[in-house]
Design a binder for this molecule. Sequence first.
Ligand SMILES: [Zn+2]
Length: 360
Amino acid sequence: MNRRGILSLALGGGLAAAAPGGVLGALVGSRLHGVVDVHAHVAIPAYLGLLAQGGVKAPGYAAQSSGPSPTSGGKGGDDPVAMAQRVALMDEAGVATQILSQTLGPYLGDSEAAIRAARIANDRHSALARDHPGRFLGLAALPLPHVDSALGELRRALDDLGLAGVALHASCLGTSIADPRFAPLFAEMNRRRTILFVHPSVNGLLSPLVLDWKLAAAAGPLLEDSVVALQMIAANIPSLYPDLKIVIPHLGGGLASMLDRLDNQLPLAIEKLAGRPSETARRFWYDSVSHGSAPALHAAVEAFGADRIVPGSDFPVLLAFEPYARTFDYVRKALRPAEAELVLHQNAAMLLGRAASRKS
Ligand SMILES: [Zn+2]
């Protein structure tokens, strides 16, 4: 079935009835006209505590101790007051649903600690979705680099907890998630046709050229987005795993402006590229988080297509700079109405609708 066909099925509510992934199908059927925010974080104190014990925390916010940090709780917390405030902000912004993920991955050398952390995050995501029907979906955190344990938690998260997909962070203890050692995980996600939301590890690419210049939080994620997307292109991941629905955040970092150069030069370095990089890049989805940058959005629409961009907010990161509603307003102002309609109201439903047909 083509894109239009699936969408009209969703509009008619048929997908909700037909889909084995009931929550996803119901979401697509009933809330198509609200924004689905695919990039939203919730701070879970027990999870963050375990990561901190393992030495994992977000760098880069030291200059302003009271400033915005996606991991610091407050408006991004998971307590009932914060969740009620969040729902009120979503209503004001016309956001039907947030898809929740963690800013930092449970990537710890100690496998037991990594598994414990991942389970805490996934149980909490599932509970928040259950407590607020239709308003929240959750993505699975997986205990890498322990691939067998990650496969077990993937099954638990999707089959038992009903999570909507997987979030992987760009690198794990210094290794790209595109590395062949994670191939069994990619094969299983592909078999199950899951959504894979990729998020920066917020580690400044572990480079002193970023970290020593205090760029890890402000610019580092965009560099990580670009690098992990490039690594996936270099590793032919979209063609090796064609049923995996990969979302790259922040409009792909700087990827949109690199594609012509990559088309010319990457084949000189890598003989067995599955396709032109500009074509492979159009097989990813990209979220719209860009701090209101119309030039970045225009570049992404031109490079990737308006049908590949889905709404994202990086909640609660931008709340310190702008109201939640403004995060999506810039899309309406920057794009033609038909493009904005795709980005804000149709593409995420497509993404979720296809995921609703995933295999167990
Ligand atoms: Zn984020």
